[in-house]
Design a protein around this ligand. Sequence first.
Ligand code: LLP
Length: 402
Amino acid sequence: MIFLNHDEAAELTAEYGSPIYVYSEEILRDRCRALLEAFQGRVAPSFSIKANSNLTLLKIIREEGFGADAMSPGEIFILEKAGFQSDEIFYIGNNVSTDELRYCIDRGILVSVDSISQLEKLGRINRGGRVAIRFNTGIGAGHCDKVVTAGHKTKFGVDPAFCREVKEALSRYDMKLVGVNQHIGSLFLSPEPYLRAAEGLLDLVAENFPGLDFVDFGGGFGVPYRPGEEPLELAALAEGLFPILDAFTARYDNKYVHFKCEPGRYICAECGLLVGKVRAVKENYGELYIGTDIGFNVLMRPVLYDSYHEVALLGKDGAGDGRLATVVGNICESGDILAKDRALAGAKEGDLLVVGNAGAYGYSMASNYNSRLRPAELLKTRQGDFRLIRASDTLESLTQNF
Ligand code: LLP
């Protein structure tokens, strides 16, 4: 979804430098509404801030009626600045310190623990308090092994085989289990694994944990990255889920139990573009390289996961003679490859380049590697104007902690 034309991109990069992230308010709100509509109020969404922690986007997402999940004090701090109240934030920690747990307790934020040792750590400082537990019911899904967060080969969640020990720890610290959650992994495009995992979690709850306030099925809803890929049909997912929820509620003791989910990518991936420039074009031993200023410090996903992002030249088709090129960044590693085998042989120095679906896990995973500056972020408002919503790093900001 390229909502930016060549002249707009040229103006913005002239003013804010290159590269830049640009988000569309319209697409962001549209995705929030699509999700709410699909779930018809039966599953309440918490936005997973790890996908994008820009303050302005968070305010919009909250305005649309979302809660949020967090997994560090930093994420809580930003969410509070965006206006989220403590009962709208769900802390899903993993291997956290006592200080972090205390940070949540002091703010009245509900914590989910994902091991018995973390449950005991929380119990020691919050005897008699409320708690949630993240289970791993054995079904995982995701675009690559690194982001599959349930199943038999992951550090996440409590193995249901330890239910008895969980109950013992809860009673040892007199804690009230108010909810359970899971997250099977990130980016699936068919509803099936989510539905099977939801059933698994609800069976576990029905058999072991009466009286819960909520069950949270996690996020992971994918968006298509490759041309021709079919999008996840959220409506089909919701329609598959509702009878599962009905059957559960019919046999569960608390008829007021409610259901939650934690989308990150679905909400913000498609509203974000990354704009950069071609800085050099060269041939090395028969391979054509298009050298850009989009290094993996700016967008890490292709290098870390071999993820595919669409890359296009703005204002020209750029296919050239049809030869395929490798699009690379400006970081001093050979693995700094943004895209392979792309029909962009017509690219010239100075051309503007746009990377699609960059709104999720783009800026939020950016770094200062090679002491490069993280870019500015801009919002294209519904009225069509562009607003700076985060300034780029500066040389000074690189040294401020020394
Ligand atoms: N809830 C929990 C507990 C999570 O750990 C995550 C993501 C989410 C929700 C949101 O998942 P989503 O709806 O965005 O798929 N950096 C990777 C993705 C890592 C996701 C980690 N957890 C990537 O760029 O593909």
